[in-house]
Design a protein around this ligand. Sequence first.
Ligand SMILES: [Zn+2]
Length: 445
Amino acid sequence: MPHNPLSRIKKGALTRRDFLWLSSLAAAGFMFRCATDPVTGKKQFMLVSEDTEKQIDQQYSPLQFSTDFGAVQDSRLNSYISQVGNKMAAASHRPHMPYSFRVVNATYVNAYAFPGGSIAATRGIMLSLENEAELASLLGHELGHVNARHAAEQMSKGQLTQAIVGGISVLAGTQSAALGDLAGQLGQISAGALLASYSRDNEREADALGMTYMVGAGYGSEGFVGLMEMLNSMSKHKSTTVDLLFATHPMSQERYDTAVQTANTKYKAALKGPLYKERYMDHTAGLRAKKDAIEEIQNGEKMLAERKYDAASGHFRQALKKAPDDYVALCMMSISNLAQKQYAVGRQYAEMAQTAYPQEAQAYHLSGFANVQLKDFAKAYEEFNAYERMLPGNPNTIFFKGYCQEGMNHIEQAADEYQRYLQVVRQGQYAQHAYKRLVDWGYIK
Ligand SMILES: [Zn+2]
């Protein structure tokens, strides 16, 4: 690492229209140590300590949850998924980890785990499950990744290091990917690198652990087969709503076949155990009441990915007819308008989204961005400030706060923010802009 963190930045011109999302986050602190694999008991070469796993989780999971539009505003559903998850976590190989479970508002089909044990399932995948045993299988599989330390293992092999040093990557299948460069400006950060690309061996191990955990918690092993059946059939129908799921958790006929075989041999005694279909249907009733609206949002996101903005807005409008205060529908309507440079309308929907879910940060970034475009820098600064209070650690916000101060001609405050930004991000066009201003204003000689 160079002594002067700014020394690698070359001067470059950046116009106000040239904003690109090329931010990079500081590398996580890696430590060399030998560890015992919590699952196999064997010694494993591990560059990443448990503290680092927890720290990475704490730093990035809140940003990912916000990119997925926050936890659902349905406390009964969040308690339910927590109950199902915690029961298995307590009996896992790493019961001391700080596990947490939530359903996030995003409508694409996915579930994921951060290395410290923060686990989420989207509304899209919750709608695809048919009973509690399938939910337990899904969460058991994610718990499997955490317990076998797959993310840490991949970081140790150097497969993820580059991705983390180079910036948080955006994977196919998310709204963020559909929006490309615009995603970062709108405050969306996908910690894809941390969730990404488990190997087929990882999947095999997570499946085996998942079935052990769910059977251990008293569910019928048929539930695991049900989950595999659902995933297998989804993987055969290519769709953008499931891209991310299968990019991170590769699906195969083999996974399905193994599940069927294991359920019928090793866990035969549990084959006809309870699936708790009614209990699942009862707790997801509110979610299923929004099924039509959620499907409209999924269709709108597909159109957005193809940059068919009118069609996208049409679907989001339909979604809002069915569910007028749906946070995702309001945010997506805002995004679709912002993407078309209809900033005043985009701001209006962002403000409606804030009212619908005041504790969630993303809508503040949307209205902040709209206000920057509308040259209302004072209002924009307020919005970015509100966002940062709710969700610290998004470098894009720091840059935009500086940009707003610059817009208001508050050179000293702008310089403070740009310096703060450059402490975190050292390359990309934002960094170049910030560096150039600091040179122009005499802060860097
Ligand atoms: Zn997996």
